[in-house]
Write a protein that binds this ligand. Sequence first.
Ligand code: PXP
Length: 391
Amino acid sequence: MAILLRDESTAVRVCQAMIRADARALLDAAQLPAAELSILIIDDDYIRQLNRDHRGKDKTTNVLSWPQDDSPGPDGSMILGDIVISADTAAREARERGIGTSSRIRRLLIHGFVHLLGFDHEISEIEAERMRAEEKKFVTIIEQRRITEMTTLAINIDHVATLRQARGGLEPDPVTAAGICELAGAGGIVVHLREDRRHIQDRDINLLRQTVKSKLNLEMGATEEIIGIALDLGPDMVTLVPEKRQELTTEGGLDVAAQEEKIAAVIKRFNDKKIPVSLFVDPDDLQIKASASAGATFVEIHTGRYSDAVDEAGRKKEFSLIAAAAETAFDLGLRVNAGHGLDYLNTGPIAALPAIEELSIGHAVMSRAVMVGLETAVREMREIMFKAEGG
Ligand code: PXP
């Protein structure tokens, strides 16, 4: 099977890895695994020209498709046809619908694909109904594959516990904070149970396990003591991070490549208890590939160097590394999260990366919460992410 994808869009950034993965899944679902499908992503000007030249309609449109009328050979190989999508129109329609651009491109790809299979809504109302039913079938198959609609905001509440530990008392309670974050729309709660228990305590994770309704992500170093606690607790997922006693916060990504076997064994222990594992790694192909081969379900891409960049050139360079790493991970079948150092100014571009499912943010939200309240701080961050995704 060949997916021939060319991205000629200039104003809208599209996730090629996601389009490729969707196209492959569509061919599989249509039982045409050996077919060749060509996909071209272009701007409005070009699609208008194609629409005028081939259909006599001098206006832009979202998707065009041309079947090849080829029939499968003995080995199933065939040329299915071409799908052309305007990234400009897709982005505009996404904004109107309050969804991400890549979600809209996915729907257009499915529409074009169903046309290639011989369905045509322009023939009659009955045909239109048949085509809608077929599209619905593929939408269900494709969208259930991977949850990549809106990027989720997971809030790290460690700093609430840091404030509590400053006086060694009961206030502020991270368990209450978790509830407020969820009320404000957080899709997950993250806590780091450190060996030195400098902020989150064992009591916190036990109560959070009972009260968190969204998703409890336990961040942890892979030491025997903490692994045992985590296996007993049964969080919704764990994120393995390197942990140093002296550091103020997690400093670098996990060197998975250097200890793949050890990490694979830890992942297996969690997977045996149906707990998915995320590895916190730098945006580096070597680490992403090692994470996939160690059997991780997720990677969390470290955005620290991007956040710490002191000038625009540095930020752009780090952003490109994150974008490329996210696509590599997605292509390898990993689910992709990101986090560290994200704030109210730098989160937008990361949230707009379509391969990324979830952002883990702590310090910036807690710092703002001191000024505006926790619920407002979480809502404001969610708004930034929603807008960045074309909402
Ligand atoms: N992800 C991981 C793995 C982390 O260690 C941290 C910091 O605790 C975060 C995300 C959140 O970083 P920040 O507090 O800078 O938002």
